[in-house]
Write a protein of this length. Structure first.
Lengths: 349, 349
DNA sequence: GAGGCGTGCTAAATCGAATTATCACGTGTC
DNA sequence: GACACGTGATAATTCGATTTAGCACGCCTC
């Protein structure tokens, strides 16, 4: 066995190997395998090349192709925390799905919130010549994107750019609309006294609170000083806030909650006070944390956060930018009301 | 402004640009920037090159380097479901952390359980010349790894190879040890009548059941026919099984559960029957599903699944294989007992 | 002053594909 | 018989780095 044959057996076969096997030049092989139009190759030659490629199990070396073509068919994805939020997985999955469908692969980097890691990660990804970049935030917020992101097509997911940074396209949840959905559900059920156990000053909380007020006003219901009670997004805080509110003689008939954890706290408080949900008290959560909202008794009516959709639309936006198509600067994705068992008509209407 | 200068300004600078700017050959630039030992470059020349590189903001094109060096400093990661399990994120995070520390990036592909997608994903990753591959399963099980995986260094996480497939190194949870931990907790608390609401015939369930029997025997406690009740890993099933068991006059004083969902079902059943946990009934779960085990009242004592550790050890094993170091064929990682509030001494000892 | 040697640097090949510019050959036309 | 033209291929270059082999020069030695 000659050196050449031994080599061809141990190495992955290259285009040259195929060319030699078919008795043609590597140019011909390239033309045939890429179905290059305008290339004139006789049918028999073509067949011989195809057969040789098949027989050798030839697959092009993508690293070489990437260098020549100056594009890597891969996109970089930065997150500031994968596992810190159980939802992040959905975004990653969606981005990966969309990328895969477009023939691309995802290079994933988790910065764990460290800006310096993020910075070197972006550099590293640019050095690898990714076709585009996605930055996904674990919490919905305004932020100043790293200026380096602007070097290639980039898209923000679950956040949006501050006025002073690069104006990258952004895809994030329609918190105002979602908050409206939640509030409207309680209003539609006939509740007139609703208290909002809101989140704590973050952007989603502000948006949802505004929506709550608007819907109440639209329904000509009063929103007095005590109607919005902000606090941390924890079970304990939900419990404490609900407890003090539900002990009032003029207690509300429904509590709108900033998230499912607060709602769970409220549920526990209601039970501790001998109130039955939803008969004595209606409850609406937010986030639709599967493991939580669907596991308690009664199961929580809540609004889902459209994480998969966020990821998909983010990725599709990025692919459009890469393709040179125009895209919307901002895209809000609406979650949906998940009807379960924690809402009923008020007992004394 | 000459063509050349304009080019250098718009393109990312290459090594040639740096060489020209410093008035040397690109070989010299390569030697200096890579600190190649044995290369003889005068200190002034070296400084000039460094200055030029700095001034132009030169960063090497990694695609070109990868082609020349025949290694991509990246690893491929396949999962059969990212978001289906909230834990998968931990494994991904751990793998990415370890890869990053070794100067590598992770190419992530989610197969969603489709073997054909997995197959083409592996091919795609091999075409891109990843240095190694990780396959992570969402459920702990025995499986026949895709034969293609054997083409490069590969490691399995949260699963292990069947006897007939390629024998890849595997890292997975020590279910036997973990099951022992859970059982022992109840035995140590003084319980003598313990029923195991087991999972349904999967590998972890089998391991944990075996461990339960062994610990009981070691403690000279009887394990009669009804002591192990297998069933689905759902809240409902836990509820039903617990209900029928707890209604018996000789009801056990403790229930060991196959996972936290079953345990939650059991908790609800106990409450429905007027039993207090842990006073009347002790409960131990498994998995430590944060959102669930820590949110119910009383909070569940359970055993954690070491997902982060699994990912990290898996990645480190892979890096060792890539480096040509010997590695263990199988590595079991033990979770830990998470003490919370659902275990107490039995009332009638 | 010829030969040896260390220093400092470069030309050219290489990695594996894609692409541009030609080239050889036969056929048809005037 | 000279020339244009279509067909079927190939040689050579390019992408941007790394690496091997070797060149030019000065200094020292005998």
């Amino acid at each position: 066995m000659g050196d050449e044959q031994r080599d061809a057996a141990s190495r992955r076969p290259t285009m040259r190997d195929v060319a030699r096997a078919a008795g043609v030049s590597s140019t011909a092989v390239s033309f045939v395998l890429n179905d290059r139009e305008g290339a004139r190759i006789a049918p028999e030659t073509r067949a011989r090349i195809l057969a040789a490629a098949e027989r050798l199990g030839f697959r092009p070396n993508l690293t070489a192709r990437q260098l020549r073509l100056q594009q890597t068919q891969s996109i970089g994805m930065l997150t500031d925390g994968i596992a810190s939020s159980p939802f992040a997985g959905q975004i990653i999955r969606a981005v990966q799905d969309a990328a895969w469908e477009s023939g691309r692969l995802v290079l994933l980097v988790n910065t764990d919130g460290h800006t310096d890691v993020g910075r070197s990660a972006v550099r590293e990804l640019l050095d690898r010549r990714v076709d585009g970049l996605i930055f996904a935030s674990t919490v919905t917020r305004e932020l100043a994107p790293l200026p380096e992101l602007a070097a290639v097509p980039s898209v923000l997911i679950n956040c949006f750019p501050a006025a002073d940074g690069p104006q990258l396209p952004a895809v994030y949840p329609a918190e105002h609309a979602g908050g409206g959905l939640a509030a409207q559900r309680l209003i539609d059920a006939g509740h007139r006294e609703i208290v909002y156990l809101a989140g704590d000053g973050d952007w989603p909380a502000l948006q949802r609170t505004a929506a709550f007020r608007e819907r109440m006003q639209d329904a000509r219901l009063p929103v007095d000083a005590g109607a919005v009670v902000p606090g941390p997004y924890t079970i304990d805080s939900g419990y404490e806030r609900a407890r003090s509110i539900l002990q009032r003689p003029d207690r509300p008939t429904a509590l709108l909650c900033g998230n499912d954890r607060i709602a769970l706290g409220a549920l526990l408080a209601a039970q501790a006070l001998g109130l039955t949900v939803p008969e004595d008290l209606s409850l609406v959560g937010y986030d639709d944390q599967e493991e939580l909202a669907g596991s308690v008794h009664p199961r929580l009516t809540t609004v889902s956060l459209p994480f998969y959709e966020l990821g998909r639309q983010g990725a599709e936006t990025l692919l459009s930018v890469i393709a040179g198509e125009p895209v919307a600067a901002r895209r809000e994705v609406v979650g949906e009301l998940v009807e379960r068992d924690s809402v009923a008509a008020p007992r004394h209407p």
